[in-house]
Design a protein around this ligand. Structure first.
Ligand code: HAM
Length: 420
């Protein structure tokens, strides 16, 4: 039985990569002072309708929306920014006007499914409220780039400025005029009237778009100098980037700096974001500059290469019929003292290492009738790093044998050395 079109089950190696990515992101962004927010997956539709733009692809064609039993229209969230802004205004703005938030979770867009484009996908997003300096634009691009560097994903960053309500209308008119005499695809004919900037994104009209006016020539003085300072700061941070004046983003809330991150392997962006200085006020909050980005989890997972050795984790207990009782005693003793083990430090390096792995993953064979050899084979296939072996020999000597499956060596230890 298939899953709903454009959705998939996450399992096995892919699930491990998801877990790795999410855990790494949590640690990384928390260390940088971002606080996690888990907003609901369903929201009232107003949160996205006006904020993303009535003429955006998402609002026009891709939102999963339905009328709830009380007659109110709700949607499955298509992105995280507008939801984060709703949360910020409603729950924390008055106490904490400057806030750094991050979120991890599923988003829903009814797109035409293809590789790297799903109807349910996941994002890791960061939003910063109350920051207006060009340094903050460069900072957020820098930490995004470092995120990818840390997980070993080669990438390139493209930046642009989409101006503000002072300068963008002039650019829109210039674009409209430029496209007036050109032959455009059916969708872009409509875009020309509603929002000609979107034509720059079109995959069909690439040739026509080539010679279109450059938005950077139309920026007002304020936007121009902000953008120049962002570029200078990016250089100071040592971030490699390209300026791409064709990046306009498909969402209406952006003002000023926008950026997209691409891998060297495929053409879809793996992350994107920008500044949205007017959105908080637009949604009813005190005027507050803000900026952020979202990383596409599926697209990033596709690029992750975790070595199988790196995945080896945990301790698995194997035993012979003579060792069975002692093995289960050991198992229960560990389970009841897990809190102590995770807090415990020190001991010999063997003790420290085994404790470290026990905390991460710990299990016992429950197929007592299987031979020791087949239990070990099972532990190996499940990528356990260590096995504990308890048999006749161990009972007689009063020890447990530990085998490191990654480095192929073993040692004996008394149970009391390991536990408290
Ligand atoms: P976005 O460009 O729509 O921006 O999405 C960000 C990233 O999510 C994309 O670069 C891509 O990696 C991933 N993504 C988007 N749609 C799909 C899909 N259908 N399947 C798989 N991956 C997808 C936003 O969502 C903004 N909220 C980003 C932002 C945060 N701007 C400011 N703060």
């Amino acid at each position: 039985m298939p899953t709903v079109t454009g959705t998939d089950d996450v399992f096995g190696e892919v699930a491990e990569k998801f877990e790795f990515l999410e855990n790494f992101a949590r640690g990384y962004f928390k260390r940088l002072g971002f606080e996690e927010v888990r907003t609901p997956i369903i929201e009232y539709s107003w949160v996205f309708r006006k904020t993303l733009g009535d003429s955006s692809e998402i609002v026009m064609h891709q939102m999963y929306s339905f009328e709830d039993k009380d007659g109110k229209e709700v949607v499955l969230r298509p992105e995280g920014t507008a939801a984060a802004v709703r949360f910020y205004i409603e729950k924390i703005q008055s106490a904490k006007p400057r806030a750094k938030l991050f979120y991890i979770g599923p988003m829903f867009r009814r797109e035409r499914p293809q590789k790297g484009r799903y109807r349910q996908f996941h994002q890791i997003g960061c939003e910063m409220f109350g920051f207006d300096s060009p340094e903050s634009d460069a900072y957020i691009i820098f930490i995004l780039s470092e995120f990818f560097r840390n997980i070993g994903v080669q990438h390139k960053i493209e930046v642009n400025s989409v101006g503000c309500p002072t300068c963008r209308p002039r650019y829109s008119s210039a674009l409209k005029e430029f496209f007036e005499a050109k032959t455009l695809c059916e969708d872009c004919q409509k875009r020309k009237e509603r929002n000609p900037l979107r034509i720059l994104d079109c995959k069909k009209d690439i040739e026509v778009v080539k010679d279109a006016p450059n938005i950077l020539d139309f920026l007002c003085q304020k936007c121009k100098s902000h953008f120049e300072l962002v570029l200078n700061n990016l250089k100071n941070f040592g971030v490699k980037f390209e300026i791409n004046p064709k990046i306009v983003r498909g969402l209406d809330y952006y003002t000023g700096t926008v950026f997209e991150v691409f891998s060297t392997k495929f053409s879809n962006a793996i992350a994107a974001g920008g500044r949205y200085d007017l959105l908080v006020e637009f949604m009813g909050g005190h005027p507050t500059p803000a900026l952020g980005f979202a990383i596409g989890v599926e697209r990033t997972v596709d690029l992750l290469e975790l070595s199988s050795e790196r995945n080896r984790l945990g301790l698995f207990i194997c035993y012979t019929s003579e060792g069975k009782q002692k093995a289960f005693d050991f198992f229960t003793r560990v389970v009841v003292s897990l809190n102590l083990i995770s807090a415990g430090k020190g001991g010999t390096s063997h003790v420290g290492e085994i404790r470290e792995h026990i905390v991460k993953r710990f299990d016992i064979s429950v197929e007592g009738t299987k031979s020791l050899k087949s239990q070990v084979r099972y532990a190996d296939s499940q990528n356990f790093r260590f096995i504990a072996i308890i048999g006749k020999n161990e009972i007689e000597k009063g020890v447990i044998t530990f085998r490191d499956l990654q480095n192929s060596y073993q040692f004996e230890m008394k149970e009391d050395e390991l536990l408290f």
